[in-house]
Write a protein that binds this ligand. Structure first.
Ligand SMILES: [Zn+2]
Length: 332
């Protein structure tokens, strides 16, 4: 049993409270490899932003759970080396699919876990989430539950269509489970292809697809039910068009990739939404930079010469999100 506090990590309780009160959101960035983690830590340290390092099931399979845990421990020390005296870094399990997975992460030093029972019948979701909360809280590990179903594909999590969270269920769910935060579905979606062209309208000036707006009425109804309770948005990449254009320019084939407009995420950050998950955007930033190097310098074969620019591009993206979208800079 490893306690996350011994690794210098923190749970989400304090930072979520400050974020809800302060009208901003904490970035939750997924990581699978060293360059991504370096970019996240550099961006957070430079902007003094609390940050959540997210590990998905796919990441655990790809990079190994034990290695990822030691990388997060290293991230705390690296942040200090970068001059961030008191790093506010959470190591969080994204989309935990069973009690056993959550327990194994908690035992290994994660400071926060998500148990995603959103695909289960309501009562089973309650029972599973409650079981995880009871285990996690013994070690002061915070737990995110989910109600409602997001559309889209993210690693092993996928759904054909979304089902908005029912505001009439949230109080019962939070009371019965004791969870510390709640992921909701209000129209965000996993992946880089969040909406079909049929779901979008066409901006006649730019020729770009404009996605349907988030269901702010549902968010408002949830906030009225649970005043001040930390709300989480998954699937909140914006799919920056310049990165998509770069990818396509240098041989990629990302057609009709559409994300959530940043203005809407900025607006959501001012509400009880206090954690915003961003994964696809960093994948796009990484891929765009690598493709550009490969296209322009075909003789290059030193991985540092393409992963380095990829890291720089991700760092730029993370800083942009922190400062211009979530507003979490200078909060740690
Ligand atoms: Zn998610």
């Amino acid at each position: 049993m490893i306690n996350y506090k011994d690794l210098g990590l923190v749970n989400t309780r304090e930072m979520f409270k400050k974020a809800v009160d302060g009208g901003y959101s904490i970035p939750a960035f997924n990581f699978n490899n060293m360059e991504q983690l370096q970019a996240i830590v550099m961006a957070a340290a430079e902007t003094k932003s609390p940050v959540i390092l997210q590990v998905s099931k796919g990441a655990r399979q790809y990079a190994n759970q034990t290695l990822l845990r030691y990388m997060a421990e290293g991230a705390v020390e690296y942040a200090k080396e970068l001059g961030w005296e008191n790093p506010q870094i959470v190591l969080h399990l994204d989309h935990g699919d069973s009690f056993e997975t959550c327990k194994s992460c908690i035992d290994m030093g994660f400071s926060s876990v998500m148990i995603d029972g959103s695909h289960l019948p309501y009562d089973e979701n309650v029972a599973l989430t409650k079981k995880v909360v009871e285990y996690a809280h013994q070690f002061d590990v915070t737990v995110e539950g989910e109600l409602g179903v997001l559309a889209g594909v993210e690693d092993e999590v996928s759904a054909e269509e979304s089902h908005y969270t029912k505001p009439e269920e949230v109080v019962d769910f939070v009371t019965k489970t004791g969870c510390d935060s709640l992921a909701i579905s209000i129209g965000t979606s996993h992946g880089a292809f969040k909406f079909t062209p049929e779901q979008c309208t066409l901006d006649p000036q730019t020729g770009r697809l404009v996605p349907p707006p988030l269901a702010f009425d549902v968010l408002k109804a949830i906030e009225e039910q649970l005043p001040g309770f930390p709300i989480v948005l998954h699937g909140s990449s914006s799919v920056p068009q310049d990165e998509v254009d770069t990818i396509n320019k240098y041989g990629g084939a990302l057609k009709a990739a559409v994300g959530i407009p940043e203005e809407q995420l900025r607006e959501a950050s001012k509400s009880a939404v206090c954690k915003i998950n961003i994964d696809s955007d960093s994948r796009l930033a990484m891929t765009a930079a690598v493709r550009e190097v490969f296209a322009q310098k075909p003789a290059e074969f030193d991985p540092r010469k393409y992963l380095g620019p990829a890291r720089d591009n991700m760092k730029k993206l993370y800083i942009h999100k922190i400062v211009n979208v979530l507003g979490s800079n200078n909060k740690a």
